[in-house]
Structures are given as structure tokens and as C-alpha cells.
Design a protein around this ligand. Structure first.
Ligand code: 4AD
Ligand code: MG
Length: 420
């Protein structure tokens, strides 16, 4: 819809309708916006009036008429209808005013038409465009890792298993191990893939299938990794602020808050996090992971995403590099979003010492045989390298100020839902 002046043709769906004795108002919706159309009984022929009288919510229509500015109309314009064609007369639309979140999930295929979800999908597109742009600007190569895998990357407890001919396989939790293989030819690689987690938790932050933006680079040290991730998140926020003013306004996200998301981000270590938490009355035993409640409490002190580094080795994955200055912690970094949106990025420098890798795989109960191919990467021309994974829907939730991560993806998959 590109509102100008004069004659106008438009196709769309009925968002609202109000039928009076002499005027029928139809608010029409298309992918760009909504616009008010008025059918005046005295101005149109009988046939057009009768069709307008029949129109129902979500019917698809073709309309032509004269467009003019109208301050009172939603969207600021009004079309005075001359011709009206009903492409499909919709049956009574099941989503009316009183709906529960569960009902909307059951009718997700229809609820996707809502202005809220339309706005979210547009912002998500900008987030993905901006990410691709940032990788390209910095000379990273896009690659396509597999979804069907033979091993865990993030531990066995959240693996989805599937029948694979006469064998079993798993749905990928992360492309990381495959990206690590690809850095030996392309050096800096990234991918956008679905990742799968059989999360038993029913939280507003967890999906069973989510989109994972991952990067891995040869010769990239820990400090370089932190800089790159700060740059990426900032670039995403600036682009969304530039391109999605209308959507952000609709979603209730203040643009100025996004514009402020620029490097440097605050940085603390896990040890410092424990000290802050203790002052806030939460005592965590050293060696325990930070849970949602701890992350949220920490974030009361910060307006920008927070970089938390050097977690205890026991709570992190086998591939993370031991800190040369303190073998109890690893050179990892979680980035936590402001306002209680939780961890948006998990990252680390990677362990290059093959013996340490083998030891930690064994400790986590893995069969070394399955990881021989990965260990080969340390045997043939190993280099220092680092990488990260960003949960796209977590970032969408934060930027769009959503109550639940389910609204950051068209068809959410959770422990309790795979329909529609
Ligand atoms: O922290 P995670 O588990 O890290 C990895 O998978 C690494 N192998 C990534 C890498 O270094 N290439 O997951 C990365 C991010 C998390 O920070 C979070 O934002 C998101 O993925 N995430 C989820 N998002 C939605 N639903 C879930 N169940 C998620 N689990 C992780
Ligand atoms: Mg993590």
C-alpha cells in the first residue's frame, strides 16, 4: 500500500468493518499497513453497496477508489470506494475479542495475521539482514552445516533423537563443531540454522526449535571475539532503530533505548557476578551456573547487554579453552540482554590441547570414538580459534519487548506444542 493522492487500487484483507445505514467503513489490511475505506450508499451503484454489506472480517477484497488525507482515519488516509470485488468471503473468523494465549497458539496459522506478529516478523527480518551484513562487512563466509548429526555439542540431556535408516541420529543443537572444521579452509565462517533442544523447561525463553546464528573464526582470540560480538549486537540494534520505527512504536519499544546499544558493553567475570549477587542478597556457591533468577538480578544494574566471562569449567561445554591463568575457569562469555531477556549469546575461545579435550569428553560421559573426526582438527594444523552462537528469537524478544519467546517465531515448538 503506497498512499498518495487520487485514484487508488488496493488488494487486502478486512481488518475491521462497521456497517451503518448510509456508510460502510472497511479497514483493509495488507503487508504494509492498514487503511480506512468508506463505501457511501449514495455514491456507489447498488451492486457495490450490496457486496459491501456482505463483507466479513478477513474476507479478501479488491478495491478501487479515490484516496485522500484524513486525520481522523486510522493510518491518516481514507479511500472513498468506487469498485469493490470480494475475492473470498471469509467464514466467521474464529479469533474474536476474548482470547487466551493458548487459544491463539491453537489458531496460530490465523493469528499470524495480527498486527503484532506482523511487526515482529518485520523486525526479525531486519535483525537477520543486519547480521548477514555485519558478517559480510568483516569478510566472514556463510556456510551450510548439517542438521542431522551423530553427536551432541551441548550435552546429551537436550538431544532430540531420530531414527536414521537402521541407526539413530540427532537433530543439531549447534553447528559449532562443523563450523570449526570449516575454518581450516575459509578461516572466518558463519551460519544460520535451526537448532533443536529437548528442553523440559516451560519458560518464556525456551523453544524446542530456534534459529541459531553462529560464527567461528581461525586466529580469533578471546578479546577479539568479545569485540566482534559487541559490534554485531550494536549493528543489529542500530539497523532496527533505522528501519523499523513504525513497528517498534507499535510494539512499545522506545527507539532511543536501542540507539544507545553501542560498544563498549559492561564486562564482568563470573567471580564478580557472584559478588554483585551477594550484595543483592543472593548467595551462590562458587561452581554453580547462573540461573534465570540470577541473570535477571544482575541485569537490574545494567542498561546495555552484559558480558559475563570466565565461568567455572564444570558448568560449561567440553570444547571451551581453559584459562591459562586459572585452570578452574574457561575463556567463555555469555552475553545477557537487558530487561530480563536472558542469555542471548554463548561463546568461547576453543580448547586446542587434544589431551584436555579427550579428558573433558570422557568426564562428560561421551564416547571418544564419535568425536574422532573433531579431534582430527587438533591433529592436523590446529590454530587458536573462537566462536559464538546467538539465539535469534532471544534477540527478537528483547528488541521487540515481547512477553514470551513464542511470539518471536511463526510456529513455536515447545515441550507442549507442535501444532499447527
Ligand atoms: O549457549 P548455547 O547452548 O551455545 C552453543 O550452542 C554454542 N555451541 C554456540 C557456539 O559457540 N557456536 O546456545 C547459544 C544461544 C544461547 O545463548 C541462547 O541465546 C540460544 O542459543 N538458545 C536458545 N534459544 C531459544 N530456545 C532455547 N531452548 C535455547 N537454547 C539456547
Ligand atoms: Mg549458553
Amino acid at each position: 500500500m503506497d498512499a498518495g493522492k487520487g485514484k487508488f487500487n488496493i488488494r487486502g484483507w478486512v481488518y475491521r468493518e462497521r456497517k451503518g445505514k448510509n456508510n460502510i467503513f472497511i479497514i483493509l489490511r495488507d503487508s504494509t499497513n492498514i487503511i480506512q475505506c468508506v463505501v457511501k450508499k449514495e455514491k456507489v451503484n447498488k451492486d457495490v453497496w450490496e457486496k459491501a454489506e456482505k463483507v466479513t472480517i478477513e474476507s479478501s477484497l479488491e478495491i478501487s477508489g479515490n484516496i485522500k488525507k484524513d486525520k481522523r482515519a486510522t493510518g491518516g488516509y481514507e479511500i472513498e470506494v468506487e469498485e469493490l470485488n470480494i475475492v473470498n468471503l471469509a467464514q466467521p473468523f474464529p479469533i474474536t475479542k476474548d482470547y487466551s494465549p493458548e487459544f491463539l497458539l491453537e489458531k496460530r496459522h490465523l493469528w499470524l495475521r495480527s498486527r503484532k506478529l506482523t511487526a515482529v516478523m518485520k523486525v526479525k527480518e531486519t535483525i537477520l539482514d543486519a547480521s548477514r551484513e555485519f558478517f559480510k562487512m568483516n569478510g566472514w563466509h556463510e556456510v551450510t552445516p548439517p542438521i542431522i548429526t551423530s553427536t551432541a555439542c551441548e550435552g546429551g540431556s537436550t538431544l532430540f533423537q531420530l531414527k536414521y535408516f537402521n541407526d539413530i541420529a540427532y537433530l543439531s543443537q549447534s553447528a559449532q563443531l562443523y563450523l570449526e572444521a570449516l575454518i581450516f579452509s575459509l578461516e572466518k565462517v558463519w551460519s544460520l540454522t535451526p537448532s533443536f533442544r529437548a528442553e523440559k523447561s516451560k519458560t518464556s525463553r525456551h523453544l524446542a526449535e530456534y534459529w541459531h546464528l553462529e560464527g567461528e573464526a581461525a586466529w580469533l582470540d578471546f578479546e577479539g571475539l568479545l569485540k566482534f560480538m559487541e559490534g554485531l549486537i550494536s549493528h543489529i540494534c542500530q539497523r532496527v532503530a533505522e528501519k523499523n520505527e513504525k513497528e517498534l512504536k507499535f510494539l512499545g519499544r522506545d527507539i532511543e533505548t536501542l540507539k544507545k546499544i553501542k560498544p563498549p558493553f559492561p564486562r564482568i567475570t563470573y567471580d564478580e557476578a557472584l559478588k554483585i549477587l551477594e550484595k543483592d542478597g543472593i548467595k551462590i556457591k562458587w561452581g554453580k551456573d547462573l540461573r534465570t533468577i540470577e541473570e535477571d538480578t544482575l541485569m537490574k544494574h545494567y542498561e546495555k547487554p552484559l558480558i559475563v566471562t570466565k565461568y567455572p569449567k564444570e558448568v560449561k561445554a567440553f570444547y571451551m579453552k581453559e584459562d591459562p591463568n586459572n585452570p578452574k575457569v574457561v575463556l567463555c562469555c555469555d552475553i545477557i540482554a537487558p530487561e530480563g531477556y536472558g542469555e542471548i549469546i554463548g561463546s568461547s575461545e576453543r580448547e586446542t590441547d587434544i589431551n584436555k579435550l579427550i579428558k573433558r569428553l570422557k568426564e562428560s560421559g561421551e564416547d571418544i570414538k564419535n568425536y574422532e573426526w573433531y579431534l582430527d582438527l587438533r591433529r592436523y594444523g590446529s590454530v587458536p580459534h573462537s566462536g559464538f552462537g546467538m539465539g535469534v528469537e532471544r534477540v527478537v524478544s528483547w528488541i521487540c519487548k515481547l512477553d514470551n519467546i513464542k511470539d518471536a517465531i511463526p510456529f513455536p515448538r515447545t515441550m507442549l506444542r507442535k501444532y499447527p
